[in-house]
Ligand binder design. Structure first.
Ligand code: CUA
Length: 415
C-alpha cells in the first residue's frame, strides 16, 4: 500500500520538464562570457557590508569563546574523572542551585547580547536616511528597469522619468534608497558589493539603503527563483562620482532619441520599431524610447540601448552583444530560455516574420540610441577606474552574424 502510494506520488519529469531543467542549469554556466567580476559581501567599502561584518565578527567571537569554554570543561572533566585515576566511584549529588542558575543565565545573556547587536544593525540599516538618493528597481521576467524618481525628462525631450534597462547608474559615496518592486512574480534584488538582498514583490514597494565609497562597476543578480531564466536575470550597477553622475543625469534628461536620416537602414528600422510589419508586432508596444512615441512598459527601456554594453539582462556583454543581437530579436527564447519576448521568425502567433535585412535594419536603429559622450557612463567609469570590469562597447554598425542559429536550434531539440 505504502509502496504503491510512493510509486504514484513519485515525480516523473516529462521530457519537456527535463529539457527546461537542463536548459536552466546550462543557462547559468554556458550562456554569456562575462568580464571578471568580483562578487563579495566582504567588500567593506559598502557601509551596509561593514555593519554586517561587525555583526558577524561579534557573533563569531562569542561563538569562539563558547567553543573554547565548553571544550575546556569537557576535556577537564574527562581527564579528572578518568577511571584509572579514581579507584572509588565519584561522589553523587544533584540539586546544585548555583550551577543550574549559571547554566541557564549564561546562555540567556549570550542570546540577549546577540539579539541587541542584531536589532541595532537592523535599526541602522533598514530606515533610509532623509537625504538618500532614490532609485526604483522594477523587476520582471527576466530583466530590470531602473527609474529615477527625482530625474524627470526635460519637457523639450519627452515625458516621464529617466529610465534605463539592466544598467543602474548611481552616485558613489551616497546612500541610495532603492525601492524594489515587480511586474509579475517575486524576484530578488542583490548587489553583494553594495549591500543586502531584498525581494522584489508585485504591488509591494520595499525601500532600503545601499551604498559604496568607491566608484566602480558592481554585478547584481536576481536572487529568487522566478522562472527558467532566473539565473540570467542580471544587472550592473555603475557608481560614478557625484560630478560625473550629474553629467550623466543632465545628458539623460535632455536626451532625445536621434532621428535617422531618410533612406538609411536605421530609418527603415525605426519604422519597424514603431509600426511593426503589416501592422503587427511593433516593438514600441512593449519598449519605451525616450523622446519618441514609443512608450511601452512591458519590456526593458531601450532609450540608451546603443550606449549599453550588456544584452538580455546582462547575459551577454561587450562583443557578445553584437554577436547575439540578431538572434535575440529574431527568437530571444532560443538563446535565453524562458524569455517572454515574442519571436519574429513566424513561430509566435500574431507576430510577423522579419527578414534578415529587416532585423539588421532594426539593429541599426537600436545602435543609434546613444547618449552623448558627456553622458556615457561606461566611458566615464573606464576613464576614472581603469581596472573596473567594463565590457567593450557595442560595434556602432550592426553585424548580421547569425552563426549561433544552428547551435541554439540544437539546444532546443531541433525545434
Ligand atoms: Cu528574477 Cu529570479
Amino acid at each position: 500500500m505504502l509502496n504503491s502510494l510512493f510509486c504514484r506520488a513519485a515525480w516523473r519529469p516529462s521530457r519537456a520538464a527535463k529539457t527546461a531543467l537542463g536548459l536552466a542549469l546550462l543557462s547559468s554556466s554556458a550562456l554569456g562570457q562575462q568580464v571578471n567580476q568580483s562578487l563579495s559581501i566582504g567588500d567593506l567599502s559598502s557601509g551596509y557590508n561593514r555593519e554586517m561584518f561587525w555583526l558577524a565578527l561579534w557573533a563569531i567571537v562569542i561563538s569562539i569563546i563558547i567553543f573554547v569554554g565548553v571544550s575546556w570543561a569537557l576535556f577537564y572533566t574527562v581527564q579528572k574523572f578518568r577511571e584509572d585515576k579514581n579507584d572509588a566511584a565519584p561522589a553523587q549529588f544533584h540539586g546544585n542551585n548555583r550551577l543550574e542558575v549559571t547554566l541557564v543565565a549564561v546562555p540567556v545573556v549570550i542570546v540577549i547580547v546577540l539579539a541587541l547587536l542584531t536589532v541595532r544593525a537592523m535599526a541602522r540599516l533598514n530606515p533610509t536616511p532623509a537625504g538618500a538618493y532614490p532609485v526604483t528597481a522594477v523587476a520582471a521576467q527576466f530583466y530590470w528597469n531602473f527609474e529615477y524618481p527625482n530625474v524627470k525628462v526635460d519637457a523639450a525631450a519627452g515625458t516621464g522619468l529617466v529610465t534605463n534597462g539592466n544598467e543602474m547608474i548611481v552616485p558613489s559615496k551616497t546612500k541610495i534608497a532603492v525601492t524594489a518592486t515587480s511586474r509579475d512574480v517575486i524576484h530578488g534584488f542583490w548587489v553583494p558589493n553594495l549591500g543586502g538582498q531584498r525581494d522584489a514583490i508585485p504591488s509591494v514597494k520595499k525601500t532600503w539603503q545601499i551604498d559604496n565609497d568607491k566608484a566602480g562597476v558592481y554585478q547584481g543578480n536576481c536572487t529568487v527563483l522566478c522562472g527558467a531564466s532566473h539565473a540570467n536575470m542580471r544587472f550592473k550597477v555603475i557608481a560614478l562620482p557625484e560630478a560625473e553622475y550629474q553629467q550623466f543625469v543632465s545628458a539623460a534628461q535632455a536626451y532625445k532619441a536621434p532621428v535617422a536620416a531618410a533612406g538609411t537602414a536605421a530609418a527603415a528600422g525605426y519604422t519597424i520599431f514603431m509600426q511593426g510589419k503589416g501592422g503587427a508586432g511593433a516593438c514600441a508596444a512593449c519598449h519605451r524610447v525616450q523622446g519618441t512615441a514609443a512608450a511601452g512598459q512591458s519590456g526593458p527601456d531601450l532609450s540608451f540601448f546603443g550606449s549599453r554594453r550588456t544584452l538580455g539582462a546582462g547575459v551577454w556583454e561587450g562583443a557578445d552583444v553584437d554577436t547575439h543581437l540578431h538572434q535575440w530579436i529574431k527568437a530571444s527564447s532560443s538563446i535565453k530560455p524562458g524569455s517572454v519576448m515574442p519571436h519574429y521568425d513566424g513561430s509566435t502567433q500574431g507576430y510577423p516574420t522579419l527578414t534578415d535585412q529587416e532585423l539588421t535594419d532594426l539593429e541599426a536603429y537600436l545602435k543609434t540610441l546613444q547618449l552623448p559622450d558627456e553622458g556615457n557612463y561606461w566611458m566615464k567609469i573606464s576613464a576614472l577606474v581603469p581596472d573596473a570590469p567594463v565590457p567593450a562597447a557595442q560595434n556602432p554598425t550592426p553585424s548580421s552574424v547569425n552563426a549561433i542559429t544552428s547551435a541554439s536550434t540544437a539546444m532546443n531539440g531541433g525545434k
